[in-house]
Design a protein around this ligand. Structure first.
Ligand SMILES: Cc1cc2nc3c(=O)[nH]c(=O)nc-3n(C[C@H](O)[C@H](O)[C@H](O)COP(=O)(O)OP(=O)(O)OC[C@H]3O[C@@H](n4cnc5c(N)ncnc54)[C@H](O)[C@@H]3O)c2cc1C
Length: 404
């Protein structure tokens, strides 16, 4: 027999659990279908020394805001997983662990969800399967010789788990920079293949960077305020929560001795090639930093504060355009060039040309089908711990009020 449920949420990360929390408060019966365990992404797709990049005070999950002793600290992986598990236990979240949904179809007014060994019918479905789903591989990634150890950032655990030798990291967002720093500090030679990424200092004018992001309204930007829909894919500013939170960007990595090169272009048996665009990428990052600082300046003007920082003049770095794999002892390549949506298992026409869900406040054009945790779902803050609760409340309210 096929089981029927009123509401099925797919995914027990922050987006699914936050929606569940609001439904639970209103007494709406539902299930959460989770491929792994609660907070599976934080458990198994983050490296051993992972810690948050946003301070603990940004954990504003409904019913589970951070109340610990270090609001300005940066929780490590296990503390964060414990926080999620305690939250789910506290409100008795109806999670079915180990239950991957491999297909979602519509049959009349009902959704049909294919789950291990069964099918489940639901009147309403919330897809909360993650904002960072499929690792993006740049063109020609497949050209790297097979003898190299290659892994995605989400497969990396620690320096000792890699074979001895130099490491090429392709991708210079927050993750690429953090892995470059960790491997460099562990004594590895690191080459970082850089793209265009914003950056800003960790602390400005006595406040953390994220304080400025929140107070200036930068996280309230909507997709309509972006220069293009492709800008949804832009990374968050380079910085780190490690060592209590400090600057981490092209300039700090260069000063520490990490070699910066341009974008990955391809490889042959002996050599790996990079574009001659390092200076342009750094310039683009500086320009993005200036855009952010205009938001900060507007805030400062309103509050009568001094603008706390100015983007420094051009870094003037030039990177070489090839490296000899064997001569330089490069044994490992870590890919961390961003993510793309992955909803191939959702057999409904609700996606745009970039494969992002088409939705308004989480509601798709198919009655009863909702999304949560999408990048820029409503705002820049939609897919982070700080902002997910606001979106979840709207989605849950729509479900509770029974509208479609
Ligand atoms: C490296 C990295 C660092 C980050 N650091 C921060 C930070 O410091 N601060 C911050 O606020 N945000 C951070 N984020 C952003 C964001 O908070 C996380 O990506 C967060 O995990 C998103 O939560 P989510 O619930 O949308 O997705 P996820 O946490 O990915 O949860 C989705 C869940 O759905 C399950 N699932 C997926 N597909 C299916 C399926 N078909 N059937 C059943 N279950 C399924 C998965 O197993 C998973 O448990 C970071 C992101 C990354 C990638």
């Amino acid at each position: 027999m096929t089981e029927s449920v009123g509401v099925a949420i797919i995914g027990a990360g922050q987006a699914g659990l936050a929606t569940s929390w609001f439904l639970k408060q209103a007494g709406v019966e539902h299930v959460i279908l989770e491929a792994g365990r609660v907070a599976e992404t934080w458990r198994t797709r983050r490296w051993d020394s992972f810690c948050l990049v946003t301070p603990n005070w940004t954990v504003k999950l409904p019913g589970a805001a951070y109340r610990g002793p270090e609001p300005d600290g940066f929780m490590g992986r296990s503390e964060l997983v414990d926080h999620f598990q305690a939250w789910a236990d506290l409100f008795d979240a109806p999670v079915r662990a180990g239950c991957r949904v491999s297909a979602l179809d519509l049959d009349g007014d009902d959704f049909v969800l294919t789950v291990p060994d069964a099918a489940l019918r639901a009147r309403k479905v919330v897809i909360a399967s993650g904002g960072y789903q499929r690792a993006y591989m740049p063109p020609n990634a497949e050209l790297l010789p097979g003898h190299l150890t290659q892994l995605l950032a989400e497969e990396y655990s620690n320096p000792a788990a890699l074979p001895p030798g130099a490491v090429l990291i392709v991708g210079s967002g927050q993750t690429g920079c953090q892995l470059a720093e960790e491997l460099h500090e562990a004594g590895r030679r690191v080459i970082l293949s850089c793209g265009r990424c914003p950056w800003a200092p960790r602390r400005m004018g006595g406040h953390d960077l994220v304080w400025w992001i929140v107070e200036s309204g930068f996280w309230n930007r909507t997709p309509a305020q972006l220069p293009s829909l492709a800008a949804r894919l832009l990374g968050n500013p380079q910085t780190t929560g490690h060592h209590g939170g400090r600057d981490l960007n092209y300039r700090t990595l260069h000063a520490a001795g990490v070699e910066l090169v341009g974008r990955y272009l391809g490889a042959n048996d002996r050599k790996v090639h990079f574009a001659d665009d390092l200076a342009l990428s750094i310039q683009a990052g500086d320009d993005l930093a200036r855009t952010f600082m205009r938001w900060v300046a507007t805030l400062c003007e309103k509050r009568g504060l001094a603008v706390p920082w100015e983007v420094p003049p051009s870094a003037g770095f030039a990177g070489r355009t090839e490296a000899d794999l064997e001569k330089e002892g490069i044994t490992t390549v870590i890919w961390t060039a961003g993510y793309r949506p992955d909803y191939d298992w959702v057999h409904l026409p609700v996606f745009d040309e970039m494969k992002f869900p088409i939705q308004v406040d989480g509601r798709s054009a198919v009655p009863g089908l909702y999304f949560m945790g999408v990048h820029f779902q409503r705002k820049a803050q939609s897919a982070v711990l700080y902002g997910v609760g606001e979106d979840a409340e709207l989605v849950a309210r729509h479900i509770i009020e029974g509208r479609t």
